[in-house]
Design a binder for this molecule. Structure first.
Ligand code: ACO
Length: 332
């Protein structure tokens, strides 16, 4: 099977900074609580930038870093869960804004694990479709528009931003493990507008009401404690299974890039794996949780810092609403 090679990365982070201190003016919280329980110090909420706009900025950087022109991109994958439109897709919009003409583009919704799923999907297209040689993966999130700023247990966690990567055919394949524990889909959700039209009766509205969870409007609802338990179990499990497929041990990984949801989740996962925190890259203190953009933003920071060394084996591991999780192991 043809492999995959990461050849370019980029990111965009909004200028606005929201510190823990800023949150003490909105909800009953403290810098001490947020720092101790999550590791977050700052996040960057968008100042109205559309999701596609942030994605395009990150993608332009990634394409420049890779040294590819828009005409060399064959496929665009967008992993956003916070697109600006129901239709067309975020990927379609970004493809147009980037002037990519000879390509097709697809949105996937795999929550905060989106980049892991997108990376694996890119390898499969590159391996199986002769028309696809170079793929642009864009993870752009305006997750703060789903945040309920009256709920202190969730509002302090999230920021906005985008990360992007260009991948092409390479000598080594990625080995991926993906799973969804769908019976727990109600542990994290944010609702769309409910069905209704000129012909919907009052009886119909009431009859199907119970089929929707009773969250507050469109805001994100999260059962933090259960998600915490899930994440500390799923991250090590996903990493072990991806490493097993790759025929290596977790200790052989040069670096693990985890979804940045909570410092303590990563610390507990590290303990469960028997690894030191030096194995993990963290930037949660600066950006908070930017959903599917976390992992490609980390990748970009590491690449710019010269920390992605040719031949190193790297793992990406994410989890989120669904409840989904996934890990992929690949060679730099
Ligand atoms: N400031 C002060 N106190 C708070 C805050 C806050 N911001 N938030 C909650 N508390 C209080 C609670 O009300 C509770 O008070 P009580 O004991 O009087 O009832 C107390 O702190 C402890 O609450 P817990 O929920 O047990 O706190 P916990 O240590 O579990 O931390 C947190 C909460 C940070 C949400 C944690 O559960 C967590 O990180 N869960 C996983 C979240 C996650 O990973 N989400 C991402 C997945 S999906 C995605 O990325 C979109």
């Amino acid at each position: 099977m043809t492999g995959i090679k990461l050849i370019g990365t980029g990111m965009y982070i909004p200028e606005t900074v929201a510190t823990n201190e800023d949150f003490t003016k909105i909800v009953d919280t403290s810098d001490e609580w947020i720092t101790k329980r999550t590791g977050i110090k700052e996040r960057h909420p968008s100042n109205g930038e559309p999701t596609w706009y942030m994605g395009v900025q990150a993608a332009k950087q990634a394409m420049e870093d890779a040294g590819v022109t828009p005409d060399e991109i064959d496929m665009v994958i967008s992993t956003s869960v916070t697109g600006d439109y129901y239709t067309p897709s975020t990927a379609n919009i970004m493809q147009g804004k980037l002037g990519i003409h000879k390509a097709f583009s697809i949105d996937i919704n795999c929550a905060c694990a989106g980049f892991v799923y997108g990376f694996d999907m890119a390898q499969r297209y590159i391996a199986m479709d002769d028309d696809v040689k170079t793929v642009l993966i864009i993870s752009s999130e305006n997750i703060t528009k789903l945040v309920d700023y009256e709920d202190r247990s969730t509002c302090v966690l999230f920021g906005d931003g985008a990360g992007a990567a260009v991948v092409t055919a390479g000598p080594n394949r990625c080995y991926t493990y993906l799973e969804c524990e769908a019976q727990d889909a109600n542990k994290i959700y944010a609702q769309n507008a409910r069905p209704g039209n000129a012909f919907t009766t009052q009886e119909g509205r009431e009859k199907y009401l119970d089929l929707f969870p009773q969250g507050r409007e469109h805001y994100m609802h999260m059962d933090g404690r259960d998600v915490y338990k899930f994440a500390t179990r799923a991250m090590p499990e996903g990493l072990h299974k991806a490493c097993e497929k790759a025929g290596i041990k977790v200790e052989d990984l040069a670096l693990i890039i985890p979804h940045q949801a909570n410092y303590r989740i990563i610390e507990t996962a590290a303990k469960n794996l028997g690894l030191s925190m030096d194995h993990f890259y963290l930037n949660i203190d600066r950006y908070g949780n930017i959903s599917s953009a976390c992992i490609p933003v980390c990748l970009n920071e590491l690449k710019r810092a010269g920390r992605l060394k040719e031949g190193d084996k790297i793992a990406l591991v994410g989890f989120g609403a669904g409840l989904v999780y996934g890990a992929t192991v690949f060679t730099i």
